[in-house]
Design a protein around this ligand. Structure first.
Ligand SMILES: Nc1ncnc2c1ncn2[C@@H]1O[C@H](COP(=O)(O)OP(=O)(O)OP(=O)(O)O)[C@@H](O)[C@H]1O
Length: 286
């Protein structure tokens, strides 16, 4: 009998308190290698805070986070790329005046030995490395269908393409684990559908493990192997996305006190997206 494979990411009893707020409460889950793991939950549930813990922006008050058997809590944020962890943000973080290729190549910095300063000294080596980095990014540019936009400044491109460039830049790190924070935020249905295709293509071709926060339930059910549902910083359930959005505990988490007034929240495939964070929800964090 073969030994069970250890999870790639192990999160145990994570607590996060900031000021008077208790943001994450005993959050525990595993992500398996090659899995597409999604995190859903109402506004203010703690999803981005959880991603901030995984990407070392927030240090948890208690609990442990291990990546490939090693504690992440001893790793600096700047060391994540070396470990093979990359992240995208809810708001685009691209250099608007630079072209597509330059933005994507920036993602490879950790793989280049010459930094900006050493580059000034070892000009020749830096030039060579940059040329190699550009060459190494070409298959990724092709994979994500960005070839036609290569030398265009980011600022001239539509939002949907910019999101794809951000994905390419994160993938240029050659990560084992990719953290996506609401990739479909601000996109229309068509753009969302298209981005979902690109994410799936990248995942399949590059064999990367993904943790994705997303409000668009169509995207979550289409891409996700499992969904972790957070509410008030607590894990409500971890199950297949379809089972999760039909789970009465999840429906009631999304609807809060409005359960009796609402029709079937899953009917549109976008369960309760945009339900505002009411006073009751805020009070419960304290
Ligand atoms: N640095 C911080 N300082 C104070 N409060 C914070 C901080 N970070 C997060 N919070 C609070 O923690 C709670 C959870 O926020 P978080 O952004 O993680 O939720 P979310 O589930 O990602 O919400 P949304 O879906 O609206 O993005 C919120 O009440 C938020 O105001």
């Amino acid at each position: 009998m073969s030994a069970p494979v250890a999870p790639l990411l192990e999160v145990r009893d994570v607590e996060l308190r900031i000021g008077g707020l208790h943001i994450l409460r005993g959050v525990t889950f595993d992500v398996r290698e090659n899995e597409f793991f999604t995190v859903i939950g109402p506004n203010g549930a703690g999803k981005t805070s959880l991603l901030n813990v995984l990407s070392r922006i927030y240090h948890p008050t208690a609990g442990s986070v291990a990546f490939d058997g090693r504690s992440l809590l001893e790793v600096r944020r700047t060391g994540l790329a070396d470990l093979g962890i990359a992240r995208t943000f809810q708001n685009l973080a691209l250099f608007e005046h630079m072209d597509v290729m330059d933005n994507v190549v920036l993602g490879r910095q950790r793989l280049m030995r010459s930094g900006v300063l050493t580059g000034a000294v070892w000009w020749g080596r830096a030039r060579r490395e940059e040329a190699e980095a550009r060459q190494a990014c070409e298959p990724l540019i092709d994979l994500l269908g960005l070839g036609d936009f290569l030398n265009r400044p980011i600022r001239d491109l539509p939002y949907g393409i910019k999101k794809r460039i951000e994905l390419a830049r994160a993938l240029a790190v050659e990560p084992r684990l990719l953290l996506l924070d609401e990739p479909a935020a601000g996109m229309n249905d068509e753009e969302t559908e298209e981005l979902a295709d690109w994410i799936l293509t990248a995942k399949q071709e590059l064999g990367v493990t993904v943790v994705m926060i997303e409000h668009d339930m169509g995207m979550v059910t289409r891409l996700g192997d499992r969904a972790l549902v957070l509410d008030f910083g607590t894990v409500v359930t971890i199950e297949s996305p379809r089972a999760a959005i039909a789970d009465p505990r999840v429906i009631s988490a999304y609807l809060g006190d409005e359960t009796e007034e609402a029709d079937d929240p899953t009917a549109t495939g976008t369960i309760a997206v945009g339900i505002p964070l009411g006073q009751d929800r805020k009070a419960k964090h304290a």
